[in-house]
Design a protein around this ligand. Sequence first.
Ligand code: B1M
Length: 222
Amino acid sequence: MSDILSKLALCIEFGKINKSSPYPPNMKDQEGADELTKKALESGIKPNEILENTLIPAMEIVGNKFSRNEIYVPQMLMSSKAMHNAMIHIKPYFESGETKRKGTFIIGTVSGDLHDIGKNLVSMMIEGGGWEVIDLGVDVGEKKFIEAIRTYPNAAIGMSALLTTTMQNMEKIVYALKEKYPDSKILVGGAPVTQDYCDKIGADFYSPDPQGAVNYLKQIAS
Ligand code: B1M
């Protein structure tokens, strides 16, 4: 791997966004994901190589560390922000068709629920996994999910719920989606959601953390 890409991988793993970002302290004043992605592209490295061989594997390391409780939400947020800054430079190549996305992922927090921190993390990690993410936001009901799947018929769908009082809305939305789009793949998560609940409501996959969601999507895309 080139020197630029090795440094870029470390920026993603440790959440170094750009040169002016003070975090992490041991990388202070060094170039971050922003500058290094730009440099890598300018030096002629293909956007696909940057994404597939550097950004995505680095993000996978972050997701696995989080799953093993070796890092926590703030560190994962910094890595996701670094990834987001790198993706700003890569995105135009997706639009030109030079770089291909793995697929489309629709995500939202279910109706009645305004919590979005976990949903946003999942969304950033999945974007980091090479997917186009359509984020419907919070308080999303069946109508909005159905409209989205109509617009992106091959998309996988993700739902997040944090409240036991409104998580039954997840069941209603899964039911409505499966009735109209039986082949749709639905992934659920959020603090009160469990594997048993996922099975009960007929969703396809439950993940307790973002990396599990990334791994599931990787599996259905291949
Ligand atoms: Co609220 N809140 N809150 N809250 N809040 C909880 C969830 C609560 C457990 C606090 C408590 O009482 N101990 C409690 C729920 C109790 C219950 O239902 N059993 C609660 C309550 C009651 C409420 C209100 C009703 C309070 C009130 O007004 N009386 C109210 C509800 C508003 C509404 O939604 N209608 C409310 C409001 C709020 C704030 C607005 C103040 C704020 C939300 C800010 C925001 O999201 N923008 C807030 C917060 C911050 C919390 C706590 C403190 C933290 C939640 C969080 O962000 N966690 C929470 C208590 C706690 O958890 N300690 C609490 C961090 C986040 C990274 O974790 O979302 O679980 P989480 O996501 C994880 C995994 O679950 C997974 O990945 C993430 C990373 O590991 N994951 C997925 C999540 N979605 C996934 C989807 C997937 C896969 C994995 O696939 C699609």
